[in-house]
Design a protein around this ligand. Structure first.
Ligand SMILES: Nc1ncnc2c1ncn2[C@@H]1O[C@H](COP(=O)(O)OP(=O)(O)OP(=O)(O)O)[C@@H](O)[C@H]1O
Ligand SMILES: [Mg+2]
Length: 228
């Protein structure tokens, strides 16, 4: 299965989501390849830190990226149960070419006009790729990230409503809230669920697990439709 995590906007959580999904899958015994196509190298840096952790956490595989990421993804998909690709704005060609093969495209978005505008542009471009996708539709979903923990905040409902109703963008049910654990795990080279007890955050761990389960359910339903 190929999961592309992408947005043209910086800082919306692409790397955080990609590495956490990979760490969770690896912990579940899924043979996982994580590809960093963003020249900023954040995913690669996280993997390097992870390689120094003792005792070693669950293994996530990585490869040196050639210029043709889409080709590499196609070549590797048969060797791994899960291939996760982190693609930023600087890797726009990769974003589009990998979207043609992706079983799922996750587009993290945080509250903010610039982030919403970027997300809209990404979905416009992905819709243009529908004809090139094997199922005739790029299975892309927005993921609300860095949503305030304050229960009274209206940011989640406003952002969800705008993206879904005004822009016609499918939005995942799972929401990731703004919590320190996300910053801590990126420093540690670990997934949130792997953090030592002193830094553990059960709420964030539950959110990333919920995302993983939601994505698996969508992929399973799509695979069934393809078989019918
Ligand atoms: N839900 C969250 N709560 C708190 N902090 C978060 C959350 N998600 C991400 N962050 C933090 O926000 C910052 C940006 O996240 P991240 O690097 O994953 O985004 P990105 O889209 O990959 O950015 P870039 O475009 O620069 O590669 C990081 O410091 C990360 O730890
Ligand atoms: Mg990044």
């Amino acid at each position: 299965m190929i999961v592309l995590v992408a947005n043209e906007k910086g800082g919306v959580g692409k790397t955080s989501v990609a590495v956490n999904l990979a760490a969770l899958a690896a912990s579940d015994g899924v043979r996982t390849l994580l590809l960093d196509t963003d020249p900023n190298g954040s995913t690669t840096g996280w993997l390097a830190t992870r390689g120094e952790v003792t005792p070693p956490p669950a293994e996530i595989f990585t490869l040196m990226l050639t210029t043709n990421a889409a080709r590499m993804v196609a070549d590797q998909a048969g060797h791994y149960e899960l291939v996760i690709v982190d693609a930023g704005a600087a890797a726009w060609d990769t974003l589009l070419s990998v979207s043609r093969q992706a079983d799922l495209v996750v587009v993290p978005v945080t509250p903010g006009q610039f982030e919403v505008d970027s997300t809209n542009r990404v979905f416009d471009s992905l819709r243009a790729m529908d004809v090139k996708h094997i199922r005739g539709k790029v299975p892309a979903y927005a993921l609300l990230n860095q949503i305030p923990t304050n229960a009274k905040s209206k940011e989640e409902s406003e952002l969800r409503g705008f993206l879904a109703n005004d822009c016609g963008i499918p939005v995942l049910t799972t929401v990731l809230r703004n919590r320190k654990a996300w910053r801590e795990c990126s420093k540690a080279g670990l997934g949130i669920h792997e953090m030592p007890a002193s830094q553990a955050d059960a709420k964030s761990a539950a959110e990333i697990r919920a995302l993983y389960v939601e994505l698996a359910a969508i992929a399973a339903a799509d695979a069934q439709l393809t078989q019918e």
